[in-house]
Write a protein that binds this ligand. Structure first.
Ligand SMILES: [Zn+2]
Length: 95
């Protein structure tokens, strides 16, 4: 996740962007940044943090693994409810 200033001093905004991970091949991840939220350029640190926390709850980008209970980017999941790290550890998958 990243925050990108866009525009000038008078008309600027902050884009809260998240990385969508897709796989070109089984061993080649690819990131594409997508703007999820737009904040005013003068947004406070607390407002930015709140927008980032809200983005982490967005199921199109982040999910919680049922095995390790950690939140991961959706593209980092082996399948529904299982992250790639758990798939490697528990099922012998190789990434
Ligand atoms: Zn896991």
């Amino acid at each position: 996740m990243r925050v990108v200033p866009v525009g000038g001093a008078l008309d600027g905004v902050l884009w809260v962007e998240v990385a969508a991970i897709t796989w070109e091949s089984p061993h080649t991840p690819r990131l594409s940044w997508q703007a999820l939220t737009v904040l005013p350029a003068g947004a406070s640190a607390a407002e930015v943090a709140a927008a980032q926390a809200e983005a982490l709850q967005h199921p199109s980008f982040f999910v919680v693994c049922d095995r390790c209970n950690r939140r991961h980017p959706l593209g980092w999941m082996h399948g529904p409810g299982c992250c790639q790290s758990c798939a490697e550890h528990w099922f012998g998958a190789v990434y």
